[in-house]
Design a protein around this ligand. Structure first.
Ligand code: UDP
Length: 324
């Protein structure tokens, strides 16, 4: 199958590209390498370009003629989206619309979109089903929700179909150690704890210890990046087999507190480091845990790495031998 992957040099995209190429798909990655890494795309083709360049986009889609498009390219920092919302509406929303327009021109009918639990905002009930109300509490969540809305409208007006995968907290790395998470600056919990474990940082801050959770720290559903990648390949088959457009939560259905993650990293790495209490981070809901029954039932998703310990160990393996 021919698959065009935007953002395929990034963290989640590169793990999907690796699985697609491993099974023999013809994969073309579009990435401007602003946050991605050339080394991460493996044997896939790579076009270094901006999605805002509609001339190049139309040319590439016209030449490559993909059976499906997977759209990962986006900015992902919630805090930054509050400081600089237009950066997010430009890159995530406007460039997303530009990609959809180019796909419509090129006759692309199957589309897989990287969405986020941030579309739910701060939900009342947990775990969160896909039917929960969509009330983002930051521009990042809105920037993704607007694309979901456009996808829904498009699929109602045409024979175009999509799957939106709403990621909870992606974590871990491919066990090969060849690809993994590498953000600069890093803002995610597990890689930041590693920096405390290696001594690159003095300590790890816990953002808020007064949340309404058993130990007072935020609870998240950490899903291994290869289980997320599996969901993309299943979504592709689902669309190929005529499945209806839909959104699916991607998470395990159970969460860990920040303190539990810190303890797991201490255990898995065998390292000691300082942990300090810090104020809450703006925009953090207390608990985000997926109800992922729809993904398991409709796509037959069977997680392979549902263990925080294994997830942390794969990420630590990458951290100790990073290639980029
Ligand atoms: N967090 C923390 N200290 C850090 C980074 C993150 O306590 O240095 C917390 C953060 O407040 C959230 C959880 O860890 O409750 C996961 O944050 P991350 O940025 O990894 O992912 P997000 O939930 O924002 O997608």
């Amino acid at each position: 199958m021919k698959v065009l992957v935007t953002g395929g040099a990034g963290y989640i995209g590169s793990h999907v590209v690796r699985q697609l190429t491993a099974r023999g798909d013809d994969v073309l990655v579009l990435d401007n390498l602003s946050n991605g890494h050339r080394e991460a795309v493996g044997i896939a083709g790579l076009e270094v370009m901006n999605l805002a360049d509609s001339v190049a986009l139309n040319r590439i889609l016209g030449e490559f003629r993909p059976d499906a498009v997977m759209h990962f390219a986006a900015f992902i920092e919630v805090g930054e989206s509050v400081q600089n919302p237009l950066k997010y509406y430009q890159n995530n929303t406007a460039n997303g619309f530009a990609l959809l327009a180019a796909c419509a021109d090129a006759g692309v009918k199957n589309f897989i979109f990287s969405s986020t639990a941030a579309v739910y905002g701060s939900p009342e009930n947990t775990p969160i089903p896909e039917t929960a109300s969509l009330n983002p509490i930051n521009p990042y969540g809105f920037s993704k929700l607007f694309v979901e809305q456009a996808l829904g409208d498009l699929s109602a007006s045409d024979d175009f179909r999509f799957v939106a995968l709403r990621y909870f907290n992606a974590a871990g790395a491919d066990p090969s150690g060849e690809i993994g998470e590498s953000h600069d600056p890093e803002s995610h919990l597990i890689p930041l704890i590693f920096k405390a474990a290696t001594g690159e940082r003095e300590n790890i801050s816990i953002f808020g210890s007064d949340y309404p959770t058993p130990d007072g720290t935020c609870i998240r559903d950490y899903v291994h990046v290869n289980d997320l990648a599996d969901a993309h390949l299943l979504a592709l088959s689902y669309l190929q087999n005529g499945g209806e457009s839909a959104a699916f939560n991607c998470g395990y259905g159970h969460g860990y507190s920040v303190k539990e993650v810190v303890d797991t990293v201490k255990r898995a790495t065998g390292r000691e480091f300082e942990v300090v209490d810090a104020p809450r981070r703006a925009g953090d809901p207390p608990i985000l845990v997926a109800d992922s029954r729809r993904l398991k039932e409709a796509l037959n998703w069977t997680p392979r790495f549902d263990s925080l310990d294994i997830t942390v160990r794969t990420a630590w393996n990458w951290e100790l031998n990073r290639r980029y």
